[in-house]
Design a protein around this ligand. Structure first.
Ligand code: KIV
Length: 277
């Protein structure tokens, strides 16, 4: 079913059932107004830990806290009625083991109303994914470039090229077998993304991967041209809102300095004119 025709949000099983069908549409969101804009168009919305970089000016996602994710999750949820919400588990909130992951994921689910959580990692996270799923927490996995591991990956480079492709395939199989209902593939070669998509039984959600994936996701501030610190090759700018916002602010500043704003239509008279009878 298309997102516009739907009356209520899909469940993780509905997303899983879209394997091989019409591509799943997804964007990140961090605020109520932006969630409202995308609600009718997206199958699911991700409250990504990219919030740290795009809204809070952090240099990476490592400084994002569970409290930040819960606060933004609550804001996004208020703007959604037709798209499912997935919330990222931030760095340090799940890697110690299944018990820590459950404790924090349960808070995210209970306090935000999310339909699922997302966490980064393949084979190494399979046990944790299985533990969460068995206890009622749907999990979206995220493999390939996993930004929370930037210090061990050594940079934001393409993952899975050459011999490393086998390890990425193993990651994809492991998270699918562990019970993840979908897997994000970030910044992997197109042919490898197509191979993973053909091999695993759950939907692949590409970001810098392949049009052959079962769905796509982008960071909303990237595709709207609001985040301009850098632009990854896989980002397509569908708008240039950052430049438009700057032009608007510059026009406002000029009018304030020239005393042409506020105009007559923006100010109030001493008395209210009598109502006509
Ligand atoms: O945090 C995020 O925005 C993400 C997407 C890039 C998939 O994880």
């Amino acid at each position: 079913m298309s997102a516009t025709a739907r009356k209520s949000a899909p469940m993780p099983d509905d997303i899983r059932a879209r394997k091989g069908g019409v591509p799943l549409v997804s964007l990140t969101a961090y605020t109520t107004p932006m969630a409202q804009v995308m609600d009718a168009h997206c199958d699911f919305v991700l409250v990504g830990d990219s919030v740290g970089m795009v809204l809070h000016g952090l240099p990476s996602t490592l400084g994002v806290t569970l409290e930040m994710m819960i606060l933004h999750g609550q804001a996004v949820k208020r703007g959604l009625s037709r798209a499912m919400m997935v919330v990222d588990m931030p760095f340090g909130s799940y890697e110690e083991g299944p018990a820590q992951a459950f404790r924090n994921a349960a808070r995210v689910m209970a306090e935000t109303g999310a339909g699922a959580v997302k966490l980064e990692g393949g084979v190494v996270m399979a046990e944790t994914i299985a533990f969460l799923v068995a206890r009622g927490i749907p999990v979206m996995a995220h493999i390939g470039l996993t930004p929370q591991s930037i210090n061990t990956l050594g940079g934001y480079r393409v993952q899975g090229r050459g011999a490393a492709g086998q390890a990425l395939l193993a990651d994809a199989r492991a998270v699918a077998e562990a019970g993840a209902f979908a897997v994000v593939l970030e910044k992997v070669p197109q042919t490898l993304a197509d191979q993973v998509t053909a091999e695993v039984a759950i939907p692949t959600i590409g970001i810098g991967a392949s049009a052959g994936c079962d769905g796509q996701i982008l960071v909303v501030d990237d595709m709207l041209g609001l985040f301009t610190a850098f632009k990854a090759k896989f980002v397509k700018r569908y708008a240039d809102l950052g430049a438009q916002a700057e032009a608007a602010v510059a026009a406002y500043a000029e009018e304030v300095r020239a005393r042409s704003f506020p105009g007559a239509e923006h100010v109030f008279a001493d008395s209210v004119p009598e109502a006509r009878t």
